[in-house]
Design a protein around this ligand. Structure first.
Ligand code: 5GP
Length: 202
């Protein structure tokens, strides 16, 4: 018989999907969330986009050429992949499956197309959409970041409008008005999902 104290820990890992339009403050939130829950494994995506200042390969993304990306894709190495802002992005299948099989929760930082594909394959995944408090604030944050050119900012804003229309497909919405407040909501979602009776293996 299973030990009662193991009821909540002996379970399959949970997949948390976090999506947000660029400029919503998602990267900062993810870093802080992982500092609070270091047991959650961030699944590092592959991308063909060029590396921004301060980013490192293997930590932020695995930066690859289009050819390398296509080769991994043709071998079925991605659980999902999508074209975002003109570059390719993909979630590696192996670390994701290893993680959930071993009972370790996994975090995916992916766009709405990716979220849809993951939900289809892993219906128990939990999807969370992070919203900026206003359009004006979104535009301000994008301009402030200074890593993107004007044309790219415009493209990201257009994309944000399209993404936000998909909001209703998600399980949870968190508005990032203030980091600590948003972090508290994210933490509450993570904990509540771990306590679902339907996830126990009892
Ligand atoms: P950025 O270029 O600003 O790092 O990311 C652009 C967008 O691509 C973000 O919305 C991010 O969540 C998304 N993204 C990053 N990795 C993946 C991935 O593996 N798959 C999908 N579908 N989207 C991703």
């Amino acid at each position: 018989m299973m030990r009662l104290s193991e009821v909540l820990t002996k379970r399959e890992g949970i997949i948390y999907i976090l999506s947000a339009p660029s400029g919503a403050g998602k990267t900062t939130l993810i870093k802080k969330l992982l500092a609070i829950f270091p047991e959650i494994r961030l699944i590092v995506s592959y991308t063909t986009r060029s590396r921004r200042a301060g980013e490192s390969s293997g930590r932020d993304y695995h930066f690859v050429t289009e050819r390398e990306f296509a080769s991994i894709r043709s071998r079925g190495g991605f659980a999902e992949w999508a074209q975002v802002h003109g570059s390719f992005y993909g979630t590696p299948r192996l670390p994701l499956e290893q993680s959930i099989r071993r009972g370790r929760d996994a975090l995916l930082d992916i766009d709405v197309q990716g979220a849809k594909k993951i939900k289809k394959q892993y219906p128990r995944a939990v999807s969370i959409f992070i919203l900026p408090p206003s359009w004006r604030e979104l535009a301000r944050r994008l301009a402030l970041r200074g890593t993107d050119r004007q044309a790219s900012i415009r493209r990201r804003l257009d994309n944000a409008r399209r993404e936000i229309r998909q909001l209703m497909r998600y399980d949870y919405i968190v508005i990032n008005r203030e980091v600590q407040e948003a972090l508290k909501s994210l933490g509450a979602i993570v904990v509540a999902e771990r306590h679902r009776v339907s996830r126990t293996r009892g």
